[in-house]
Design a protein around this ligand. Structure first.
Ligand code: AMP
Length: 213
């Protein structure tokens, strides 16, 4: 079973993915995390991705599709697609890539969160550069300020979480990624979690888990 989490930046895709990994043994496949790792490692791919990511813009389809194709060679089941696809072009390519490895997308879960809430969430978000878990300075504080509960690393703010970059990312989401909701809503296995921010994170998780049966 493969799952896709769809939703705006800050809608909670990463947090729900973490739970699915810890509790059901899924593998989180986040194109953003993968590219941030390339940036940290200062590879040529990382440097190319950084040009777009640091501006809050999408990395070109050709680059991201190639990363995904490569990844699917070693893993093609029990994946949680978090942050991919983000364009219709990527979604169409993904169908082909999954078919090539005899796999498919079984569930597409749309976590629907209002824009005002997204802005509040991202403006207070801090992440662990090691384990990638995200915290919030008011609503999901680490046990010790500025330090990751899991591994003791110093928490950081993502460079693309600044207000100007977030504005660009949300515009990009509306223009390029939101059309994917129409694309997937007509397919079997589509689940829409409405007003997800009004629900406790555990309730959202339970809704996802039920949808996997
Ligand atoms: P995320 O960690 O999913 O919020 O992604 C952070 C940034 O990585 C995005 O703002 C894009 O610049 C880039 N990125 C991640 N996934 C994709 C994708 N599927 N297509 C294009 N750019 C992406």
């Amino acid at each position: 079973m493969n799952i896709m989490l769809l939703g705006a930046p800050g809608s909670g895709k990463g947090t729900q993915a973490e739970k699915l990994v810890a509790r059901l043994g899924y593998i989180q496949f986040s194109t953003g995390d993968l590219m941030r790792k390339q940036i940290t490692d200062q590879t040529s791919l990382g440097l190319e991705c950084a040009k777009y990511m640091n501006e809050g813009k999408l990395v070109p389809d050709k680059i991201v599709n190639a990363i995904v194709k490569d990844y699917l060679k070693s893993n093609s089941n029990k994946l949680i697609f978090d942050g991919f696809p983000r364009t219709l072009e990527q979604a169409l390519e993904l169908e082909k890539m999954l078919a090539e490895v005899d796999s498919k997308m079984d569930r597409v879960i749309y976590i629907d969160v209002a824009k005002e809430i997204i802005l509040k969430r991202i403006s207070g978000r801090i992440i662990c550069p090691i384990c990638k878990v995200s915290y919030h300075i008011e609503t999901r504080k680490p046990l010790v300020e500025g330090i990751c509960d899991n591994d003791g690393a110093a928490l950081v703010r993502r460079p693309d979480d600044s207000p100007e970059k977030v504005a660009v990312r949300l515009k990009t989401y509306e223009a390029d990624t939101k059309p994917l909701i129409d694309f997937y809503s007509n397919k079997p296995g589509f689940i829409h979690i409405e007003e997800a921010a009004e629900l406790d994170g555990e309730i959202v998780y339970n809704m996802i888990e039920e949808a996997l049966i």
